[in-house]
Design a protein around this ligand. Structure first.
Ligand code: S3P
Length: 178
């Protein structure tokens, strides 16, 4: 039984879809940002502002390693930046994990962000549209490199995305056992 890991850009729905999957599969949900915030007692934005991105990236890598090391199969909503670190990409490749890239067009993500008051992502301060486009280009190949499966989330609700993922898991396992 492998971990089920969701990767993808900010606002693709990793946490929301992860919650649905965790409930459906009766597994714990580990969310990288929450792990970091619990461990440090500070928000992502606070860590970013006081300690900088490098410190945040180390904490994010530790959170991923911890999650992948868990012996029971978990659903892991990995923070968008985990694929930036080569060691993290190797870890995802080595681990007993089924990695799903929630792929979204930058326009979709921008629409979603504009529809909410969500301001907890420091990387999107300023030109969010330009940043998301640049990230889609630069990180796309990295998500692709670690993904066992790609699910396009444009126009889909979190329930529909979760259903697609669950159907894929059933198809991969003879007898449909998850
Ligand atoms: C980041 C994604 C965020 C958070 C931080 C940086 C990134 O997590 O870790 O703002 O570099 O893509 P989510 O993907 O959960 O929003």
């Amino acid at each position: 039984m492998s971990h089920l890991v969701l990767v993808g850009l900010m606002a693709t729905g990793k946490t929301t879809v992860g919650r649905i999957l965790a409930e459906a599969l009766d597994r714990p949900l580990l969310d990288s940002d929450h792990q970091v915030e619990e461990r440090t007692g500070r928000t992502v934005r606070e860590i970013w502002a006081t300690d900088g991105e490098d410190v945040f990236r180390s904490l994010e890598s530790e959170a991923l390693a911890e999650a992948l090391d868990r012996s029971e199969p978990c659903v892991i909503a990995a923070a968008g930046g985990v694929v930036l670190g080569e060691a993290n990409r190797e870890r995802l490749g080595r681990a007993d994990a089924h990695v799903v890239w929630l792929r979204a067009r930058p326009e979709t993500l921008l629409d979603r962000l504009e529809a909410t008051d969500d301001t907890h992502r420091p990387l999107l301060d300023g030109d969010a549209a330009g940043t998301l486009k640049a990230m889609f280009e630069s990180r796309g190949p990295l998500y692709l490199a670690v993904a066992d499966r790609i699910v396009d989330v444009d126009g889909a609700t979190p329930d529909q995305v979760a259903d697609q993922i669950l159907t894929g898991l059933d198809d991969e396992r003879v007898g449909g056992s998850r």
